[in-house]
Design a binder for this molecule. Structure first.
Ligand code: SF4
Length: 486
């Protein structure tokens, strides 16, 4: 394989969490706090961000392509977002492409007044619902699945806003953690499986909704509790109400949030993410030991697991790969001539640490395998005697339909090759993955309950916790077309 043809940006070989949400109700600095909260949630989406505020009479909107820090730090922008109520969203497009009109929060004027919605997740029956709504006359402004929710609320026959939201959510399938803002209420809701996180916080008596606790820490807010799976939180001037409008089911939180998506300084569903990643690394060391001189993380996401691996294995931990943190996603891709020089924008080997050593490389996951190939080669070029790769999750064999940007199954290396084949592809001396039961053990479970799994782990097992209605429709249409063609 010609390494110069591999992706230039190594983050292109990661699954990408798509969205972070943040809302604050009744604080004089609502928009500035929301900008800070979104900045802390930047890892959940770097493509675009938006904030909607309400000043008691009018809604105000700012939506921009790019990073929160590049667009929401200027005083005029924050000043334009007047009011004590604000809702924000940062996104990477999993559904609907990168069009500016898809930047959230999405907003609509209903008969009862303005309504903004910020969505983390992905609907698995959005196309089916959109089809139905369009046949009844709805006109869609965006290609985002979130707009389906707005249309369902708008066309609901219920009287009260909260009942209309419940009516709408009762028709959708998939994953959603929503934060919504109306003239009088902020509403937070998690789907019955609780696939994506959502928390409730408080700053000086102002309730806050956020995707992760790190968004509370940045503004000195207090963590109150997780919004429970299937729970709807309704915040108004009279207080906070908790509703349980859906039939309870066993929660299936996304296990990959612990492996990679959530920020390591966040606490998710009562579990500290950093601690979980160290435990995952320790479990990996027990399951797949390696004779080596040094444990080296693929930074940054492999670092906590590598610390756990090194401690459990009794092998020194060291930073044998250094990451350049100043490479944004907007860095101009160089010409082929420059690329062929072997320019490494993001990672470089720390030769003094690696030279002559047997190295265990720890990464959180392998998606296409192209980055692993490049990293193994880089470590060898720096003089490593042996390179053993250990992955802090099971092989990623299936796509995610719940709000994570995943390549098609056919592009996932683990769906196409055996572990031995993958080791050969990435040119490692050995390769091993954490088992699915090992991952559950690291998270404090006895193992995966095969009859009723405790988490969503579909990208490792193919066991999706909901119907995939849109995919079934697409497959049916494809089968019909094929049948007509033959
Ligand atoms: Fe998370 Fe994977 Fe389930 Fe998607 S399929 S929600 S990434 S565990």
């Amino acid at each position: 394989m010609d390494l110069t043809t591999l992706p230039f940006d190594t983050d292109d070989d990661k699954l990408r969490e798509e969205c972070g949400v943040f809302g604050v109700f009744g604080h004089p600095d609502a928009a500035a706090l929301t900008a800070l909260g979104l900045h802390a949630l930047q890892h959940r989406g770097q493509e675009a961000a938006g904030i909607v505020s309400f000043d008691g009479a009018d809604f105000h909107h700012e939506r921009h392509v790019g990073l929160v820090g590049d667009n929401f730090t200027k005083r005029p922008v924050i000043d334009r977002l007047a009011g004590n109520y604000a809702l924000g969203h940062t996104r990477y497009a999993t559904h609907g492409g990168s069009l500016e009109r898809n930047i959230q929060p999405l907003f609509a004027e209903f008969s009862g007044g303005g309504f903004a919605v910020a969505h983390n997740g992905n609907l698995t029956n959005a196309l089916a619902l959109q089809d139905r709504l369009q046949r009844r006359g709805s006109i869609f402004q965006s290609t985002s699945d979130t707009e389906v929710i707005l249309h369902l609320i708008a066309t609901s026959r219920m009287e009260r806003l909260v009942d209309r939201v419940i009516d709408a959510l009762g028709q959708i399938e998939g994953a959603y953690s929503l934060a919504c803002l109306s003239r009088k209420k902020m509403i937070g809701c998690r789907d019955p499986l609780g696939v994506r996180p959502l928390i409730l916080g408080d700053l000086d008596g102002a309730p806050i909704l956020a995707s992760e606790t790190c968004a509370l820490d940045i503004i000195g807010a207090r963590f109150v509790r997780d919004v429970e799976p299937g729970e709807m939180i309704v915040v108004s001037e009279t207080g906070i109400e908790s509703l349980r409008p859906f039939a309870p089911v066993k929660p299936r939180f996304c296990i990959f949030e612990y492996v990679y998506f959530a920020r390591p300084d966040s606490t998710v569903n009562g579990r500290g993410v950093y601690d979980m990643r160290k435990r995952i690394g320790a479990e990996l060391a027990r399951e797949a030991p390696a004779s080596a001189d040094v444990v080296v993380p693929v930074p940054d996401s492999g670092t906590p697991a590598a610390i756990g691996f090194a401690e459990a294995a009794g092998i020194p931990f060291d930073l044998g790969i250094i990451r350049n943190h100043y490479v944004g996603r907007t860095f101009i891709e160089p010409s082929d001539a420059i690329r062929n020089m072997g320019v490494r924008l993001k990672h470089n080997a720390n030769r003094k640490i690696i030279e002559g050593k047997r190295v265990v490389l720890i990464d959180d996951s392998i998606v296409r395998g192209t980055t692993s190939l490049k990293i193994v080669q880089m470590v060898r070029d720096a003089g490593a005697a042996e390179v053993h790769m250990r992955i802090a999750s099971p092989p990623t064999t299936d796509s995610c339909f719940y709000g994570v940007d995943t390549p098609e199954k056919s592009k996932l290396i683990a769906a196409r090759m055996s572990i031995a084949g993958m080791a050969e592809f990435i040119k490692a001396d050995s390769l091993a993955f954490l088992s699915i039961d090992g991952l559950y053990r690291a998270l404090g479970e006895a193992g995966r309950d095969g009859a009723a799994p405790q988490f969503c782990d579909a990208c490792f097992t193919g066991a999706y916790p909901t119907r995939l209605t849109d995919r079934e429709r697409r497959d049916t249409v494809a089968a019909l077309r094929f049948a007509q063609a033959v």
